[in-house]
Design a protein around this ligand. Sequence first.
Ligand SMILES: [Zn+2]
Length: 468
Amino acid sequence: MLRILFLIILFFLFSANITLALDVVYPTKQELKINAQSTFFAGNVNPKSTLKINNESIKIWDKGTFVHYMPLFYGTNEIVLEETLNGKTQKTIYTIKRDKPTGISAPILPFEEKVADEILYTKTIKDRATIRKKATKSSKRIVDLPKGVVLYIAGKQGDYYKIDAKGDSQFWIHKSNIEEPVNVTKMFMAEIKTPEHYSDKYYNYTSMAISHPVLYTLEQNHKKLKLTLYNTVSINNPSNKSNNVEFIFEDENQVLGYDVLFEDNKLILRRAKIADKINPYAPLHGIRIFIDAGHGGKENGAMGPTRVPEKDINLAISKKLIKLLKEEGAIVSYSRIEDKTVSLYDRIDMAKDNNAFISISIHANSLPNGKNPYTEHGVETHYNNENAKVLAFIIKNNLVSDLKLKDNGLRKSSLALNRPTNPISVLVETAYMINPEEYQKLQDDKFQTQVAESVKKSLKQFMILLKK
Ligand SMILES: [Zn+2]
């Protein structure tokens, strides 16, 4: 009996070694269309195998990982993958179609201006009603308004309404964010009363009674912060005929986190302050930091060539970082310390609810079709607002030098987790999931600790800069 069992075990051990095991993680289908000049093949084979793609020998990395850059021609591209082991070969064929550009672009929809003496009234019907610079989804976001903001409409283009606001700026809102505009007899200007200033442990507040919530913009320019309220008059200054009210706040230090809230017929501008004096020997002591491990639960994020999901790597690094920051005396909050689904906006709310001074979102990177994983890789940090640029720069530089990774740039980009102006928000792309060397490193416990150490060091350096 025992001898049979032994033979069975031996058989399985042996057969595992001779099994062809080609697993293509990307592209995800064998027949598909990709309208880009290239794609890449990422996946894994039995580490003892050899792999050819269109007769070219492919390097096999740790655990059978392979990543291959593949230019695409117009028409049908047939790509043959051949895994060979102990004289046995298995072929898998991919058929990828690439269309020739037609030169026809989407028609530009006309702008339909409202009738001259018509006054079109509407209101936002949901929170995070995005105001954009142009009538397209891809155009710059100006502000996310809460539910109940009164707006007047100047015209329409496609699915976007142009907002009637005095000044040079253009403001557009998608129709899904507002009530169907109705004709009214009069434009009601919002009225504000004299602002009150007060503060607590975390913020300086400027609060003013307002007759109804309005469109506003907040712009940071170096040490200045400008709040503009549109279609608003100040009852203390009725002679001002501009229909806009502006406030300028000037800080002697760098502008920290800031945001606007509408509460109980009040508009409140919050400007973060540092709760306690920064101790140069323990600069994170008492500092509230939010750590966001990207993706989680149903959201894998990028998938590595051996099917390790990005969410696991983000979580491992984040947990180490949370521990290190706590050891420095920081007050740490986080989006998750387990594998669970958390929506992007819940993450942002958690950071605000915890009065976080800084928010760091941890990710590992991937690439779209048309890019080469062997030339585009390394560390990237992403900021959206000027108040996060210095921190993003410090984190990127430290990661590049501490981990000996390629510098893939400090990037200004609009992502859910770096868009808030409060807290100071940075998104870190530690390294690339689809670069074989970096993918190997990302799974290494020591490397993950080094990433966490490097981010901690950067946060300390940033706080010391704020002290000066
Ligand atoms: Zn990610």
